[in-house]
Design a protein around this ligand. Structure first.
Ligand code: NDP
Length: 293
């Protein structure tokens, strides 16, 4: 704790996200030391009260009680930054908010533990302007001790959701949400491309698309129940056999309009296989079985 009772934080990485995190910490009165590979990017937060270190070693030594928070481009860059100072991480508490995979988080956690550091991973569900507002939230997993000590500092970024000791859980949840998001984006992109091919303005079509997607929103909870119950029998009279028969029209219509359907077509063989395997009377969500390798 600082003299003001606020946990000190040393932040490595002042890209768009790292800068937003530092600004939130400073606004809440946390003592912050920063380091960035490109020194000029530290100027804005220095003007707001951050202490600037010119090397990573200097940043770590500035306050040995500080939580070390990395927010760099990817895990390779985190290793590039931390490997040379590995010996200086003993006894430290490390939080990594760099985007990565569950495997990368587990590897980094084991690496940190071997060095005598406690590790907390994080998955940021926000863009930089959302940081410090209630709209942002971040998944955390790994050391509960680090989470407990850092919690007040982490709450300056937005909502916190600690998922447990397995460091892979935060990136797993992060990537699952991103998967849902990109699936949604894929459909929206395809719909706009299709109507656009007929000269219909996207703005004009947007309310129809919004209304339709909202009406279909029940798929999310309905399929969750079916997955957990292991029962894909349909109760909405839109079985997968009917859907698999109509689905080629999406690609045909796109081709007729001179549009690629490549974002959508991978679903067709999965639907066909479910039907061929005797699950034609079930719901679409049954294709989830074919994703399990
Ligand atoms: P930026 O591209 O703005 O910044 C990247 C940061 O990483 C910079 O500080 C850069 O330093 C540093 N860096 C890159 N490579 C190296 C290296 N080899 N050695 C040392 N430093 C390096 O990215 P963001 O700040 O936006 O993103 C940071 C992390 O946050 C990423 O993992 C991203 O996926 C994640 N994230 C970002 C979101 C966003 O909307 N921006 C949303 C959610 C997560 P330098 O200034 O010297 O180039």
């Amino acid at each position: 704790m600082s003299e003001h009772g606020k946990t000190p934080v040393t932040v490595l990485g002042l890209g768009a996200m790292g800068t937003a995190l530092v600004e939130a910490l400073l606004t809440a009165g946390h003592p912050v030391t920063v380091w960035n590979r490109t020194a000029s990017r530290t100027e804005a937060v220095a003007a707001k009260g951050a202490s600037v270190a010119s090397t990573v070693s200097e940043a770590l030594a500035a306050d040995t009680n500080a939580i070390v928070l990395a927010c760099l481009l990817d895990y390779d860059s985190v290793h590039e930054v931390l490997d040379p100072v590995a010996a200086e991480l003993a006894g430290r508490q490390l939080i990594n908010l760099t985007n990565g995979t569950p495997g990368q988080a587990r590897e980094m956690s084991a690496w940190a533990e071997e060095l005598g550091a406690a590790y907390l991973d994080g998955g940021i569900m926000a863009v930089p302007p959302m940081i410090g507002t209630p709209a942002a939230f971040i998944f955390y997993s790994g050391s509960g001790t680090v989470f407990g000590r850092a919690r007040t500092a982490l709450e300056t970024f937005g909502g916190v959701n600690y998922l447990g000791a397995d460091p892979g859980l935060a990136p797993l949840h992060d990537i699952a949400l991103l998967s849902g998001m990109y699936g949604y984006f894929v459909g929206v992109i395809q719909a706009y491309a299709l109507v656009g091919s007929a000269g219909i303005k996207a703005r004009e079509f947007a309310p129809l698309l919004r209304g339709w997607l909202d009406a279909m929103g029940g798929f999310l909870e309905r399929s969750a129940e079916q997955i957990d119950d292991g029962d894909y029998v349909t109760d909405v009279v839109s079985n997968i056999e009917m859907q698999a028969a109509a689905f080629p029209n999406l690609a045909k219509a796109a081709a007729d309009q001179g549009i690629s359907a490549e974002l959508l077509t991978p679903l067709q063989p999965l639907m066909d296989k479910r039907v061929a395997d005797g699950h034609g009377a079930e719901d679409l969500i049954g294709v989830i079985e074919l994703l399990k390798k």
